[in-house]
Design a protein around this ligand. Structure first.
Ligand SMILES: [Zn+2]
Length: 419
């Protein structure tokens, strides 16, 4: 491996990194709607046009380009020793009226990192690839991680026909309009990928608050979604004395404040959110009979997540009992926390320290392709700051100066792996 001067990559990224500003602006124009947000769901014309733009930039970076069966776009810097490849990238699709950085930044930084490594050190020993993953957000088909699940061989073919968008178009039909050949789904699986690093904006405010340059993700949080129904009795709001009521909404209200208190008491990164509430019959002069709430519970430690869930369930039952109403708890989605690969965490942490990049260990409260990749492939994640923590919004913003340390870290880590 050619000897890389410790700060060489930092200097090179500083001198040449402003190309990213241009890339971010241009990529952000694909799917932009009035008001500035971006709507770029998978397999739409704007998604396809964005991918074509990426092909151009990958080629300019000296990468050989191909697409796979689901429409992931790969740009490869061929290594001198075949059979083993390291990749970096993120997702090309956006949420409805999302920002320029979520997903897109991880693709662009991968292309730029490979370009810089190619310019500085030439051909690597092992292949390096930049990848634009076709889909992550679930904003079109209500199915997430299409790209990373195809790569890891965990996307069932049935899903391609069963899942449809709001217009009734199946994943397969939509993909075929973009030239994807889903009969080759099996071939999208990559058994030769031996490492994956995803750079992503934090989507929260912790890095911005403490002024650290990068976060090294230790784990992606586990999630449980629950539906809780409180059932009391509809009665006249004028003639029913307070002490004789079975008020489902009072029970729900008590549960909601207790849910907040429990998550606060357990401390970061525990979070619990009641995001929806419905009241039946929902009239001014009727005691509420039926209340349904949703609860989104997240923790990066599976045992603590279970504790959080069981304390919340107990709180709901106690709140119901205190009002003489019944309660039913339905369990919906459950995802266990995904721990990033220790060797990748160590590589990113020690490389950041060597480069003098201010870093801190972090937990991701949002889901990412890396949680799918890590099931099969050694995986690490770099967070760069999100100004004021804004994300899934057109207000998403990270200035170039706060992106470049992450690019230097990504490039140097890939250098260590592949050269
Ligand atoms: Zn994302």
């Amino acid at each position: 491996m050619p000897q890389a001067n410790k700060t060489e990559i930092i200097d090179y990224v500083k001198q040449n990194g402003n190309i990213l500003d241009e890339y971010i602006e241009k990529l952000g124009a694909f799917g932009r709607v009035e008001g500035g947000g971006i709507i770029r769901p998978v397999y739409t014309p704007q998604w396809l046009a964005a991918r074509e733009q990426l092909v151009e930039w990958m080629q300019e970076a000296g990468l050989s380009v191909r697409t796979d069966a689901v429409g992931n776009l790969w740009g490869k810097l061929e290594g001198s020793e075949p059979g083993k490849s390291y990749a970096s990238g993120s997702h090309l699709d956006t949420v409805k009226e999302g920002g320029k950085y979520d997903g897109g930044l991880g693709i662009l930084t991968a292309i730029v990192a490979l370009r810089f490594l190619n310019e500085l050190y030439g051909q690597p020993k092992f292949s390096l690839e930049a990848v634009a993953l076709c889909e992550e957000e679930g904003s079109r088909f209500n199915k997430t991680f299409l790209g990373s699940r195809a790569i890891t061989g965990t996307l069932p073919a049935e899903e391609l026909d069963e899942s449809a968008d709001a217009e009734g178009i199946s994943i397969r039909q939509a993909a075929e309009t973009c030239g994807c050949d889903l009969s080759q789904l099996e071939a999208a699986r990559r058994d030769d990928l031996v490492g994956f690093i995803e750079l992503h904006i934090e989507q929260g405010r912790l890095l911005d608050d403490v002024k650290r340059e990068v976060g090294i993700v230790q784990a992606i949080t586990g999630t449980r979604h629950m539906g809780v129904t409180f059932e009391g009795q509809a009665d006249h709001a004028g003639t029913t004395p307070m002490d004789l009521r079975k008020d489902a909404l009072v029970a729900a209200a008590q549960a909601i404040t207790k849910i907040q208190a429990i998550a606060l008491e357990m401390g970061r990164p525990a979070v619990a959110t009641v995001g929806q509430l419905s009241v039946v019959p929902g009239a001014t002069n009727i005691v509420p009979a039926l209340v349904n709430i949703t609860v989104d519970i997240r923790h990066s430690d599976q045992a603590k997540k279970e504790t959080l869930i069981s304390r919340i369930e107990t709180a709901c039952r106690e709140a119901a009992a205190s009002q003489g109403v019944s309660v039913a708890i339905e369990q919906h989605q459950d995802r266990v926390p995904a721990l990033m690969t220790p060797a990748m965490i160590n590589l990113l942490q020690s490389t950041a320290d060597e480069l003098g990049i201010l870093n801190m260990p972090m937990v991701s409260g949002a889901g990412h392709d890396s949680q799918v990749m890590v099931e099969q492939i050694p995986t690490g994640m770099i967070f760069v700051p999100s100004i004021a923590g804004r994300s899934h919004s057109r207000a998403e913003y990270t200035p170039l100066t706060e992106i470049l340390p992450g690019v230097a870290l990504l490039a140097q880590a890939l250098y260590k792996l592949a050269y």
